[in-house]
Design a protein around this ligand. Structure first.
Ligand code: FAD
Ligand code: SF4
Length: 700
């Protein structure tokens, strides 16, 4: 079989890649997607198991450095105030995201005109509206139409999810303050659709959705693309986009799982590797599409904080989805009299699981006598306003290539340079104070603030514009310098708005794909070489090996590799749990004594040692988290007083074991494994109370 050029080569099987690939195969184009990660295995998502909080903190962490899966790449954060979260595999970030699905507001596209800073987008809300509506249908979005903050348009395809007891409490608070609120818009099913189940309200969305109720493109897009003849190769890391003598993209060099190099020619290359992966790849491709010097610049990350309220309420706040229960756009607008420009979108997050409650907002927890009171205060009884704040584009906030850190194939890691601006600091403080007012109006007896250190909203690093000197792509996402290179992901955002970005990424990508399909005949075609000399490879360790392997590949090699990789593509990187060497009785005895100091009997709860935290439950913890086994063994290996570091580790293990114990879970009435599918008759609790009326009256 010849390694013929294909019509469209897509790099990255996340959101943007899936949306473009779907539109292109539907138009009859030949499509090949290369994805460095694997197909996630839904059966292995931890959400339906008691151990989910433990496993979500490691094997399914959104921080690649903790997950450390074969498809991941390291991120150099030495120069950054803020970290970057992602998931590398089929579905991209949607595997772990919370599926909040709000759109940007019309004014978000006109920041220069409105505030005299940043730039306006060359397209606006009206250009995207039909694409927002189509992608709502493609992903299966639940929500309520008629939100007065948006222009009129189609209803979301499914009714809103329940807002839960905590959502209702804060909806009442917002109504009492005369502030906007609206049931959350989420890419989570509230009713069966396309063979997928509705949400069962376990609240474990952040480690993958076992039910496929949450829209992730491994479920919503890729199976259909493959059925229509699109090809998806996993374990395929693109190293470089190759250009022909005219400067047109003509294909890519990629590396398979075994380290073998391949070349795939294509008429159009779509770089959909996300707001960090895309500039990384363009910079690694000799600074492709970078005549403006803006590739990698203007990185925006949506600094994130939460204001947590504790309520004297029934402890059922954990039973929910993890997206937005309700949201508020009261202060999403810009008002310079507040002391800063731009705004924030607020959304109410559910209370979370017991391990999170044990450690509390500061991650420290209370141990000893006060533990049970501290736990009871927050487990199932907290609600948080999550504040997504708009950061402005700043060319100094950027993605570069790390000179010191490399991935397993020797490609330089992205190095992030990002500093929180004074505008962002003021904006966050102002919004946190207003969110506290709202929680107090809802009856919170205590509020706490969390400043998150990382986010997965990656935007701005190949921005869109009309002027090639001030932007990287045009309004249709085609690179000014390379007209057959499409960049349809969050990189092209000109400003970030304060809405979670994925619905806008999907709409921008679908619009770009539509334009590509319509105008493809007019696009210049690259010249394809039959044999291609590989680049020398990156300077890293794997790069040196790559250079030694450098040569040329023919079509047969690439096609065979693609077929075998496709056949193995359902493998998950989370393999069977390794056997754990049992702990000695002396070590268990030591842990029992410490455990009862930290979690004694009291407040109707058993002592830690009596529920097996040094025995059966400890073994469950170590089976779920094999990475803890050796440190625990070492920590318990000597008689001396444990160091502070050792105590932190052992306390985590003890708490994890305690809240896994059946007796403890029964005492807490915590049973997320019991599924409770969303029921349509549960929706109108807020409607019956007329909690939306004051906003609808204002706009009628
Ligand atoms: C924990 C978390 C929570 C989030 N919650 C929300 C939310 O509630 N709402 C919301 O709107 N957004 C949320 N997001 C953000 C959302 O996940 C992203 O906006 C979205 O996934 C971006 O889509 P994308 O296609 O641009 O990139 P991605 O989804 O990141 O996909 C890019 C893909 O490209 C692949 N790739 C990269 N480089 C290469 C290469 N060289 N070769 C081959 N493949 C490559 C990657 O492996 C990846 O699979 C969240 C993200 C995280 C991490
Ligand atoms: S709460 Fe709903 S969307 Fe979240 S993981 Fe469970 S079923 Fe999926």
């Amino acid at each position: 079989m010849a390694n013929d050029p294909i019509d469209v080569l897509v790099i990255g099987a996340g959101v943007a890649g899936a949306v473009v690939a779907k539109r292109c195969v539907e138009a009859g184009l030949s499509v090949l997607c290369l994805e460095q990660g694997d197909w996630p295995d839904r059966a292995r998502y931890p959400g339906s198991t008691p151990e989910w909080e433990l496993v979500a903190a490691r094997q399914w962490s959104p921080a690649a450095v903790l997950r450390n899966a074969p498809g991941d790449y390291p991120i150099d954060l030495a120069e950054s105030d803020f970290g970057v979260l992602n998931f590398n595999g089929v579905g991209g970030g949607t595997i772990l995201y919370n599926a909040q699905w709000p759109r940007m507001l019309p004014d978000d596209f006109r920041v220069r005109s409105g505030d005299g800073v940043a730039e306006d987008w060359p397209i606006g809300y009206a250009d995207l509206q039909p694409y927002y509506e189509q992608t709502d249908r493609d992903f299966g979005v639940s929500g309520l139409g008629g939100n007065p903050k948006y222009p009129a348009g189609a209803e979301p395809p499914l009714p809103p999810l329940p807002i839960g007891s905590m959502g209702l409490r804060l909806a009442r608070a917002q109504a009492s303050l005369g502030r906007h609120w609206w049931p959350g818009t989420n890419a989570i099913l509230s009713a069966p659709r396309d063979g997928r189940h509705p949400c069962v309200q376990r609240g474990a969305c952040g480690s993958g959705c076992n039910e496929a109720a949450k829209a992730s493109t491994d479920v919503t897009h890729w199976p259909g693309i493959v059925r229509r003849g699109g090809r998806l190769v996993t374990g395929a890391r693109v190293r470089r986009i190759v250009v022909d003598g005219q400067g047109l993209a003509c294909g890519v060099e990629w590396i398979d799982r075994e380290g073998s190099e391949h070349y795939q020619p294509a008429d159009v290359v779509v770089c959909a590797a996300n707001g960090v992966g895309t500039p990384r790849l363009l910079l690694a491709s000799d600074g492709l599409a970078n005549s403006s010097g803006l590739v990698g610049r203007n990185l925006m990350l949506h600094p994130l904080s939460a204001v947590v309220g504790l309520f004297d309420a029934p402890p059922d706040g954990w039973r929910a989805h993890a997206g937005a229960l309700i949201h508020s756009l009261e202060y999403a607008d810009s008002d310079a009299s507040r002391g800063f420009v731009r705004g924030a979108t607020w959304s109410v997050a559910s209370a979370g699981g017991p391990l999170g409650a044990a450690f509390g907002s500061d991650g420290q927890g209370v141990w000893g006598e006060g533990h049970h009171a501290h736990f009871r205060e927050r487990f199932g009884r907290s609600a948080s306003w999550i504040l997504i704040t708009e950061d402005l584009p700043d060319p100094d906030n950027r993605v570069e290539l790390s000179p010191t850190l490399f991935d397993s194939d020797g490609l330089p890691a992205p190095r992030i340079a990002y500093r929180l601006s004074e505008n962002s600091r003021r904006l966050m403080a102002w919004h946190e104070a207003r969110a506290k007012e709202s929680l107090e109006a809802g009856g919170a007896f205590k509020t706490e603030i969390i400043h998150y250190g990382a986010n997965g909203h990656l935007m701005g690093t190949a921005r869109m514009g009309l002027d090639p000197a001030r932007s990287v792509v045009g309004p249709d996402c085609r690179a000014h310098d390379v007209p057959n290179l499409l960049i349809p992901d969050g990189s092209v955002f000109v400003t970030a708005g304060s809405a979670n970005p994925t619905t806008t990424i999907a709409a921008v990508a679908l619009r770009a794909a539509d334009r590509l399909v319509a105008e493809r005949a007019k696009l210049p075609r690259p010249a394809h070489a039959t044999r291609v000399a590989f680049s020398a490879g990156a300077p890293g360790p794997g790069g040196a090996a790559g250079a030694a392997r450098a040569g040329s590949v023919d079509g047969a090699t690439a096609a065979t590799a693609a077929t075998s990789l496709l056949a193995s593509s359902t493998a998950s990187y989370v393999g069977p749990a390794p056997a754990i060497v049992p702990l000695a009785e002396a070590a268990r005895a030591r842990l029992r004594a410490l455990a009862d100091d930290w979690i004694p009997a009291g407040d109707g709860m058993p002592a830690a040692s009596s529920v097996g935290v040094a025995d059966r439950e400890l073994d469950r913890v170590l089976r779920a988290r094999p990475d803890l086994a050796e440190p625990v063994r070492t920590a318990l290996g000597s008689d001396g007083a444990p160091s502070e570091e050792t105590r932190i580790l052992l306390r985590y293990v003890v708490a994890a074991a305690y809240y896994l114990a059946p007796a403890v879970r029964t005492a807490l009435a915590y049973d997320p494994e019991r599924v409770s599918p969303v029921r349509p008759e549960a929706y109108p609790d807020w409607a019956a109370e007329g909690l939306l009326d004051f906003m609808l009256e204002e706009t009628s």
